[in-house]
Every structure is written in structure tokens, then in C-alpha cells.
Ligand binder design. Sequence first.
Ligand code: BTN
Length: 253
Amino acid sequence: MTVAELPLPEGYRLVALERVGSTNDEAKTLARGGAAAGTLVWAKEQTAGRGRRGRLWLSPPGNLYLSLIVRPGGAPAEAAQLGFVAALGLGEALLEVAGPALPLAYKWPNDVLVGSRKLAGILLESETGGRGAVDFVIIGIGVNLASKPENVEFPATSLALEGFADIAPVVLLRAFVQHFDVWAARWRQDGFAPVRSAWLGRAGGLGDDIRVRLGRATLCGRFLDLDADGALVLDAAGARRRIAAGDVFPPLG
Ligand code: BTN
């Protein structure tokens, strides 16, 4: 499938680039200039790819790097739920291209794992307009198709390492947009509840002991639930803690 042949649902427009610093930055510039929701920036390679919390996202050719402009309106806390909507769209796209036996799991807040290794990450960036309503959200997605980073804190994998060597970025891109579009419509219509329950159906580590890093502090406890807003609910030595932002790791030892 070539880019020109790419069938996208109505309302999506592809901006395809050979090489860019960061597709999120490119999408942000377009959104600030008034680009419509559904604008999708895809690059074969990034020279300054960014992960969550300012981390570097190594972006050699062969993997998928895309950023989608969404204009959901509403409050920033609600717009943050789009990370879960995107994870579901990406998860279903991966199951479509690699087959239903792929042992896919969602890792809070927005990662996609195969087994217990990270295959894909999602970086949500938003800007608000007047009265604090969200002007736009950029959903940035990176998927390790051909290669994975070495020496990363959380172990990574690629679809090639999992036995799927020939999946072209454009094939996964098309599948993602189709599944995301369905989930985004469901979210707009029915709210976060169906998203939450589909995400929990494949949540990695649910019921297990985990470590959650919050800036400098780390909390240990049992991963109990995802609450109605998308926060992680942890049982930390008998105290129920609600965590809105952090990084999850397996327990030490
Ligand atoms: C993470 O897990 O830390 C999120 C990684 C997000 C990486 C993607 S690649 C496409 C888009 N452009 C970027 O600079 N980052 C996101």
C-alpha cells in the first residue's frame, strides 16, 4: 500500500514527511495555524522524537511515528482521556495486523505492551484557549515495528522481535486511524465508561504489586483499578491512593 492509496475515514487528512524533528511539534504548529481536527502528521524518521516527561524517543526509519490533531473542546482533564481512546485504537489496530493471538496489554497510563515489554508509547500534548477550554490535543504515537531502543529503563520490544517482521508503518497507520475513529466516536457519545472497561479488559498488572514513580517520590502497592476519570487506584499499605500522573514499574526484587 502506498501513501497515495491510503484509505482513511472521512475527515482525516494525511501530511506525510520523509524526516522531521518531531511529528508532535509539526502537528502543534499546524494546529496553532488553524489546521482541522483529523490532520495526521506521519514521518518515516524523526531527529528529535520526544517521549513522556521530556525523554528522548529514538526514531530511526522502519518504525511508526505519527501525530493526530484532535479538537474535543471541554476541560483538559476530560481531554486527557483521549490517551486511553488512542491506546484502544492502537491496540485493536495491532491485533488486526498481527492477529488476535498477540499477547497485547495496556500499561497505565498510555503505553501498549506485548507480554511485559513496551511496544508503543503515546504522548498527549494539549493547549487551551479562552476560558480554559481545550483548543487542541496532539496525540503522538510511536510504535516499534522494525527496531526497539536499547538501554531503556522499561524493557522494550518490537513487532519484528515478536515474529512480525514485515509490517509497514503505513499499514499500521491506516488500521490505527480506522479503529481510533470508532473509539473516538464512542467516547464522544457514551463518555469514558466503555473506554475504561475495554482498557481494563487488557490492563497489564491489574491486581499485582507495582511501583509508581511520581516525580521524585515512589509509591509501592497493589494496582486496584482505573477510576472513572482515568486515574490509577493503588492500595498502598492499606491506604487507597488515587494517582493522576506517574510511571509504573514492576516491584523491586
Ligand atoms: C512515551 O512512551 O514516552 C511516549 C512516546 C511518544 C513518541 C511519539 S513518536 C511520534 C510523536 N512525536 C514525538 O516526538 N513523540 C511522539
